[in-house]
Design a protein around this ligand. Structure first.
Ligand code: ADP
Ligand code: ZN
Ligand code: ZN
Length: 704
């Protein structure tokens, strides 16, 4: 046994103990693990402390495990204070963070601190005590109020359908199993998945456990929260997402951490919520790309939810009508348990899909019309019956580019390799990549021609055309532009629900989750782009999007029979559309998986992307080439394929050139080993490549 630290040098206070503390060290420092500090008293792992780092004072977390011991104790600095009063973060929480940091190649301290509420990082012991008191007091009050409300209006749950009952029976079995496998709950929109979440949650709550429910987007939380709040009127429910005020986010986080909150509903960051009695995790719309964080530690909250469930031996339910091919494949292999809900509740049919062949239109000069005659007829018949229609176009603004017919000038962005989009509403040209905005010129900036024209079509233009075609109809548009201000989205959705809108135009914002009752026609007017994208996941995303959009129609069983989903395409014979027409996700998944397998793509291979940004493309390329050269001579290289680097699809953004390099391995751990040994070298390489601004690695990237 080694000597206790207490015997160290004479000027060292007698009782100093060595601690490991996770602090947010800058990524480039190359310090990836916790650092050693001294403390006058032992502190439990998971305790929050304030420590000095360089000349700064930072929040840190006492980390489990033995201090490294290699630093001379005389060089170690003592912690400044401990935030006692806050129960320590659990060992499982620390392990989740440690896994995320190592898997996504970031430092433990960075991940740990970045997933705590920002206000928590700023608190001292005094302020923390006040906050804790508030949470306890609010908890008691809301429990009182909710118990009151609960007696008054606890919503009666519906009788389960036989399929739901069977799914729940199997889930209950798992709830009590010592190490349950993840469940893939597969069922179309309206098949009753949410009802299953509610029941499973109820069972976990009855056992005194906490429940974590993840949704892909903030604007879906209020809706789900309302449904949970209605069912669990006597339970304490909090939300966790980046749209909360810092004070509220801290309060909700503390409520979860103290075990006061029984249900936590949140977006991807909530996967890191500290929940001491966690008993069930639900990931709704598990296929949704929003679960992947796009900067810093680029984690997948869906994948971390599965890891967390495995770690804490809990059931996790991944729900979707169009599961990710990764999850689908795992279910095929039996690693996930697939439970299916066939058909809509009440037997409502899915909308009939009509693939409209654009090649059948008479050829005309210029832009083909989006509002084809048959579509106009279909819309008109809805209007006459007082039903609603939804038109989906994944491009906002009036037109993607302005064009001068005389000199061929186009509204390019001076800072990006992209066009600036014409927004008619505020008469601006706006770059959707860097934000550069100018008023629309009244004449061509190059030749002075006054007749510059918009090319192509965005939601704004479609809205205008619809209003012209149907002067009597109430047309509304929902996209990022129409919902910039707080409350706008809610108000617009409310208008749709209240039947104050006849035709709704929008981007993918309107395809997700909303339970519109009066819609009997959904039209995708130009979805072909994704069929020929260089991103191998584009068809998977398109299929999910169209299934989801279609799911907006005929939610009301009475109308389901005459609901239609209209797809205008130049490629009606494409396998994706054929499968869509039959609502056949399984056929689509099987054909995609076969393609992926023969091409050696995920889920049959594992990918990482190394991205580099430089003032010049050469600088970015120089760094990536050097990185590749280094990787080639590592022992792990035998099992890993490093592709030549290529410019990103939008190569220049805000005057920064962006390149990426794909790394592929058939075996996950080989890829992990390579990355692990590669990272320190990349930090060193950055210093040699002066023109390089930033680099980052994205493990399991979603967009290629
Ligand atoms: P999903 O989450 O798969 O879209 P939901 O759980 O939202 O499906 O169910 C669709 C609709 O059917 C909702 O309005 C819901 O209240 C209702 N519903 C769900 N299960 C039942 C049931 N067993 N009996 C009656 N109505 C149900
Ligand atoms: Zn011109
Ligand atoms: Zn730009």
């Amino acid at each position: 046994m080694s000597e206790p630290v207490a015997d160290a040098s004479a000027d060292q206070p007698a009782a100093m103990v060595r601690l490991r503390v996770a602090v947010d060290t800058p990524q480039h420092s190359g310090l990836t693990g916790p650092l050693d500090y001294l403390s006058p008293q032992p502190l439990a792992p998971g305790s929050l402390v304030r420590v000095p780092l360089g000349r700064r004072e930072l929040m840190g977390i006492v980390w489990p495990g033995e201090p490294s011991g290699d630093t001379d104790p005389a060089l170690l600095r003592p912690i400044l204070s401990a935030l006692d009063g806050l129960p320590p973060l659990s060992a499982a929480w620390c392990q989740l963070v440690e896994f995320a940091a190592s898997y996504y190649q970031r430092s433990v301290g960075e991940v740990a601190l970045s997933v705590l509420p920002p206000q928590l990082r700023e608190l001292d012991g005094q302020k923390l005590k006040l906050r804790l008191k508030r949470v306890a007091k609010l908890g008691a009050e809301s429990r009182g109020a909710q118990a009151e409300a609960g007696r008054a209006a606890a919503a009666q749950p519906p009788e389960l359908s036989p399929a739901q009952a069977e799914v729940l029976r199997q889930l209950d079995e798992m709830l009590t199993s010592p190490a349950p496998a993840p469940v893939l709950l597969y069922g179309i929109t309206g098949s009753g998945k949410t009802e299953v979440y509610l029941r499973a949650a109820e069972h976990a709550l009855q056992q005194g456990r906490q429940v974590l429910v993840l949704v892909p987007e903030i604007n879906l939380t209020p809706q789900l929260e309302a449904r949970f709040a209605e069912r669990f009127a006597d339970r304490s429910i909090v939300s966790l997402h980046s749209g909360l005020t810092p004070a509220l986010r801290l309060r909700h986080w503390l409520a979860a951490h103290l075990g006061e909150a029984e249900l936590v509903l949140g977006t991807r960051l909530a996967v890191f919520a500290s929940m001491p009695r966690l008993g069930l995790i639900v990931v709704d719309e598990e296929h949704d790309p929003s679960y992947k964080q796009q900067d810093g530690a680029r984690y997948s909250a869906r994948d971390l939810a599965v890891y967390r469930a495995h770690l804490e031996k809990l059931p996790v339910i991944l729900g979707s009508a169009t599961p990710s091919l990764e999850s689908w494949q795992r279910a095929n292999e039996g690693r996930y348990k697939r439970l299916a809900l066939p058909g809509r509740i009440g037997g409502g049919a899915l909308p009939k899909v009509r693939l409209f062949d654009m090649k059948l239109l008479p050829l005309s000069k210029g832009v083909t019309t989006a509002l084809t005659r048959p579509l106009i007829e279909a819309l008109r018949s809805r209007l006459e019956r007082g039903e609603q229609s939804l038109i989906f176009l994944n491009r906002r603004g009036y037109a993607p580019v302005l064009h001068c017919g005389e000199c061929n000038w186009k509204s390019d962005c001076p800072h990006c390799s992209a066009w600036r989009v014409f927004h008619k509403g505020d008469r601006t040209l706006r770059c959707h990549h860097c934000g550069f905005t100018e008023r629309v010129p009244s004449a061509c900036p190059t030749c002075g021609n006054q007749d510059i024209a918009p090319l192509g079509r965005g939601t704004e233009r479609l809205e205008e055309q619809l209003a012209e075609t149907f002067p009597e109809a109430r047309v509304a548009r929902i996209d990022a532009d129409s919902t910039k201000h707080k409350g706008q989205l809610e108000a617009q959705l409310q208008a749709v629900h209240a039947g104050e809108v006849d035709i709704l135009v929008g981007t993918q914002m309107i395809t997700k989750g909303h339970d519109f009752r009066g819609i009997t026609l959904v039209a995708a007017i130009n979805p072909d782009g994704a069929l020929f994208s260089s991103d191998f996941r584009a068809p998977e995303r398109l299929f999910a999007l169209l299934m989801q959009a279609g799911g907006r129609a005929g939610r009301d069983a009475a109308q389901a029979a005459r609901s239609e989903m209209w797809v205008q395409t130049w490629h009606p014979e494409h396998a994706l559309y054929k499968a869509l027409a039959k609502h056949d996700f399984e056929a689509f998944a099987a054909s995609q998986l076969a393609e992926r397998e023969s091409a050696g793509l995920p889920p049959y291979a594992h990918l990482a992307l190394l991205r580099a940004e430089g003032r010049t493309a050469e600088a970015a390329k120089g760094f990536l080439d050097a990185a590749a050269a280094f990787a080639q001579q590592m022992p792990e290289a035998a099992q890993v394929l490093v592709y030549p680097c290529i410019p990103m699809s939008v190569a220049r953004v805000a005057n920064v050139e962006r390149m990426q390099m794909l790394v592929e391995a058939s075996n996950r751990s080989a890829l992990q080993r390579l990355l692990w040994h590669w990272m320190p070298e990349l930090h060193a390489l950055k210093r040699e490549h002066k023109g390089l601004l930033r680099w980052a690695v994205d493990v399991d990237p979603l967009a290629i």
